[in-house]
Design a binder for this molecule. Structure first.
Ligand SMILES: O=C(O)c1ccccc1NCC(=O)[C@H](O)[C@H](O)COP(=O)(O)O
Length: 196
């Protein structure tokens, strides 16, 4: 199962997550977030990453031009789109995108069935809220294009494995304080997520 560690704000957290086996790192370009990072600081971190690590930029209510400009400048490889979009708007962005489905009820998990998508619990405010989804909703569902997010922790990650998700995404569940990762929790999360 692939793992994205989200809400990276500093080089130490980034390198440690990669050393522990993270496949992707998330950078929050939403300036109301406690995990906000400037494109310049994200670039400084990304410049030092080893190869084969996906760099994901998170965007809330931004236009195509801003998304493309920030991603190009910071060398973001995938744009995670947190606001309501349709297929057409996603296709208008000139780089790989990952729509976020903010789930209010079970049927929402079937949005964008042909796309890789991040499925997270709905929350009024944007951002790593720690709120969990009802896993029973995924029984019998093809989860091979779904990245599960929301309230995952080193303790509960093992129970999601049986659903066959493409990947998982964690932020607050591996933090010591908002915007700062707890190295032990990151290591523990990745060990549990990656073990067979
Ligand atoms: O983390 C934020 O502050 C944030 C702000 C704006 C948009 C998205 C944001 N975070 C999203 C995530 O970190 C993840 O996609 C996911 O929701 C995991 O969150 P958590 O429940 O804390 O593990």
């Amino acid at each position: 199962m692939r793992v994205k560690i989200c809400g990276i704000t500093n080089l130490r957290d980034a390198m440690h997550a990669v050393e522990c086996g993270a496949d992707a790192l998330g950078f929050v370009f939403y300036n109301e977030s406690p995990r906000y990072i400037t494109p310049k600081d994200a670039k400084r971190i990304i410049d030092q990453l080893p190869p084969f690590v996906e760099r994901v930029g998170l965007f809330v209510n931004e236009g195509v031009e801003t998304i493309e400009t920030v991603c190009k400048y910071s060398e973001i490889s995938l744009a995670q789109i947190h606001f309501d979009v349709d297929e057409e708007s996603l296709d208008a962005i000139a780089l790989k995108t990952l729509p976020v489905v903010r789930v209010r009820s079970a049927e929402d998990i079937h949005r964008f069935p042909d796309r890789y998508r991040l499925v997270d619990a709905y929350c009024e405010a944007y951002g790593g809220s720690g709120k969990r989804l009802n896993l029973e909703w995924f029984e019998g569902v093809d989860c091979s294009k779904i990245i599960l997010a929301g309230g995952l922790t080193p303790e509960n990650i093992t129970e999601v494995k049986k659903y066959g998700f493409y990947g998982v995404d964690v932020s607050s569940g591996v933090e010591s304080v908002k915007g700062k990762k707890d190295p032990q929790k990151v290591e523990w999360f990745l060990r549990n997520a990656k073990s067979l």
